[in-house]
Design a protein around this ligand. Structure first.
Ligand code: NAP
Length: 482
């Protein structure tokens, strides 16, 4: 399919070329061919987008004056528009990122669900009455922040942009979205959806551009009141420093090294299925990938055999191949990085139980075979660093206490999994895990209704659920002496 979607920046309700006339070329990772050319925003375009968003957020503007339930209707209308374009966005995402249509379709559906969930929140953001002494009325309201910036990564380009756009809009903010320059296409459909839904000009702006150019300009812009950044821990620290120049608040959704703890009483078939999905979905390019399997020594061999069987029978294929269950990784350089990690693992003593290289049967594309590394210890590079590819590191333990220690011994703390048939054990272990999210007997899972985020170097703040409503509003206290 040739790309026929939007190719310009979306600023103040208009589709415009980049001020400097620069463009970005995107390559289909399955065919290695040019897929689309879109405008590349620089500092000047980012400034224009922030100014448009600022004007749209002003007191008395159409968006600011709109009643909350009407704002909710607008979010429903955006969800409707995205639903209308679902098949097209799914295919575009598949070509741009390499993921299978099944995976891309799940992404788009999650965005539709998220917009509908936050549409319901728009008229339910309430304040509180405060019981103070004397003849006073004292209350607290929650107000929008103003202009919010959204910097999204390439692994779930559409979903991770929508995850923060929806609550920001529901709370009455105006937005500037910068997608990754590796996968800029699906984000532009938010401009189409905003147009279709009749969202006032300037409320949604989309500026594809480089991280060091447009991204940094957005994070350090004095007109921005909040930055939601989803990406690597390394860049997250830079974004936090950029935002600090203006004392701008940040929500950071960063990397992970998710442990799946398998206790000896677990249903091993269910665990093998979930663990396979949790590391090989999206070719392992997931912040919350279950990249460390912590398995009790009594069941390790049996479980690893089941996972290897599944890994070896996973059909690899391009984004438009209906039978494919795993696509290529996003780029040649990323493929090289993943292969380098596998050889570092081997050099440090790991054994390749399956995979371990590229798919030789493919003429084109950045296909890394699903890889399982055994004989891993928690101090090895493949257990400590985020590989962000289809590589599972297997670490054995002999008692539950040791499993908890291994799981917590990581710079990251995003999602941890527990596999057991013992409800009490699951509760006890979940209590001890220093993670933002814990999932028992399935992995990974999240919903628009539930908070998403991590501890330690996995991030700061939470997305989704009611937590996001707090992130995108600020308290104002009013005291009246009566
Ligand atoms: P990345 O390199 O950190 O980039 C993320 C975004 O930041 C991209 O839009 C990038 O633009 C931009 N960027 C780069 N340098 C910047 C700078 N100096 N200032 C402002 N923005 C800048 O991450 P990625 O490689 O796209 O994504 C993979 C990472 O994201 C992994 O570590 C993964 O764990 C993490 N992630 C976390 C979550 C979560 O919810 N916790 C979800 C998904 C992914 P360009 O791409 O155009 O350079």
């Amino acid at each position: 399919m040739e790309y026929s979607g939007p190719t310009s920046l979306y600023i103040d309700g208009e589709w415009v070329d980049a001020a400097a006339g620069e463009t970005i070329e995107t390559v289909d990772p399955a065919t290695e061919e040019l897929y689309a050319t879109v405008a590349r925003a620089d500092e000047e375009d980012v400034d224009a987008a922030v100014q448009a968003a600022d004007a749209a957020a002003e007191y008395g503007s159409e968006w600011r004056s709109m009643g909350p339930s009407e704002r909710g209707q607008k979010l429903h209308a955006m969800a409707d528009a995205i639903e209308e374009m679902k098949d097209e966005i799914t295919l575009v995402e598949s070509h741009d990122n390499g993921k299978t249509p099944f995976e891309a379709g799940m992404e788009v559906q999650m965005v539709i669900d998220t917009f509908r969930y936050y549409a319901g929140w728009a008229d339910k953001v309430t304040g509180q009455y405060n019981p103070v002494p004397g003849e006073r009325v004292n209350f607290t309201t929650r107000e929008p922040l103003g202009v919010t910036a959204h910097i999204a990564p390439w692994n779930y380009p559409f979903q991770l942009a929508g995850r923060s756009l929806a609550p920001a809009l529901a709370c009455g903010n105006t937005t500037v979205l910068k997608p990754s320059s590796q996968t800029p296409l699906s984000a532009l459909y938010y401009g189409l959806a905003a147009d279709e839904a009749g969202i006032p000009d300037g409320v949604v702006n989309v500026v594809p551009g480089s991280g060091s150019g447009a991204g940094s300009a957005l994070a350090s812009h004095p007109g921005v009141e909040h930055v939601t950044f989803t990406g690597s821990t390394e860049i997250g620290k830079q974004v936090m420093a950029d935002a600090a120049q203006n004392v701008t608040g940040v929500t950071l959704e960063l990397g992970g090294k998710g442990p799946n703890i398998v206790l000896p009483d677990a249903d091993l078939d269910a665990a093998a299925k979930g663990i396979h999905y949790g590391i090989f979905m999206n070719a392992g390019q997931m912040c919350w990938a279950g990249s460390r399997l912590l398995v009790h020594e009594d069941v390790a061999d049996e479980l690893v055999e089941k996972i290897v069987q599944r890994a070896e029978s996973t059909p690899l294929g391009s984004g438009i191949d209906d039978d494919a269950r795993m696509g290529p990784v996003v780029s040649e350089s990323h493929m090289e990085d993943v292969l380098e990690y596998i050889s570092i693992g081997e050099n440090e003593g790991a054994t390749v139980a399956c995979g371990g290289g590229v798919d030789e049967a493919k003429d084109t594309g950045y296909f890394v075979r699903p890889t399982v590394l055994t004989d891993v210890t928690n101090d090895m590079t493949v257990a400590r660093e985020e590989i962000f590819g289809p590589v599972l590191s297997v670490i054995e333990f002999s008692d539950t206490e040791e499993a908890v220690e291994l799981a917590n011994d990581s710079p990251y703390g995003l999602l941890a999994g527990i596999w057991t048939q013992g409800l009490s054990k699951a509760h006890r272990v979940a209590d001890r895990l220093d993670y933002g999210m814990v999932s028992v007997n399935e992995y990974p899972v999240t919903f628009p209704q539930t908070p998403f985020g991590g501890t330690k170097q996995s991030g700061h703040g939470r997305e989704q659920g009611e937590e996001a409503v707090r992130e995108f509003t600020q308290a104002k206290n009013v005291n009246i002496n009566i």
